[in-house]
Design a protein around this ligand. Structure first.
Ligand code: CA
Ligand code: CA
Length: 154
């Protein structure tokens, strides 16, 4: 039950947001992280705005540079909310990076999770580590499993 174990690990990592976890992500910006709003569609999603609104890009694969993406065109250093709606199984998790080309600090967006990036920092694992993730992601790739949890900002 790898998926269940991974989910449990993720859930405990964001236990501090347990109350908002139960709140729908669309409720007036109250949610800071939680389960995906949409059913799995195989894509990683990013939006310029909080609560999954504004300019939007979706990726079925990896992207070395968010300066170009579809449909919004450019979300580098613009993403404020993200969602991993990938299919559970192989390559279900996503690592997002501070810099292009999968460089600098990285954070894991687990399969089936949603984040308001205004409330999280990159872990201290490279250039840009410790910085707020909001408007600060430049590239991403899918991975079988990752554990670099975004750092919650109380
Ligand atoms: Ca933004
Ligand atoms: Ca691109």
């Amino acid at each position: 039950m790898l998926i269940r174990k991974k989910y449990a690990a993720w859930a405990s990592a964001v236990a501090i947001t347990a109350l908002t976890f139960l709140t729908p992500a669309t409720s007036a910006g109250a949610a800071e992280a939680g389960a995906s709003v949409w059913p799995p569609d195989g894509n990683f999603h990013a939006w310029d705005g909080e609560d999954s609104d504004g300019a939007h890009c979706a990726w079925y694969g990896d992207d070395t540079d968010w300066s170009s993406c579809a449909p919004a065109g450019n979300l580098r250093n613009r993403a404020t909310s993200v969602e991993n709606s990938g299919y559970a199984g192989a390559y279900e998790d996503v690592l997002v990076y501070w810099d292009t080309g999968y460089r600098g600090a990285r954070a894991c967006i687990n399969n089936g999770s949603w984040f308001d990036l205004q409330h999280f920092r990159f872990p201290s694992n490279g250039a840009g580590g410790g910085e707020v993730m909001n408007n600060n992601i430049s590239s991403h790739h899918w991975t079988n499993a990752c554990s670099e949890e975004p750092v919650y900002i109380p």
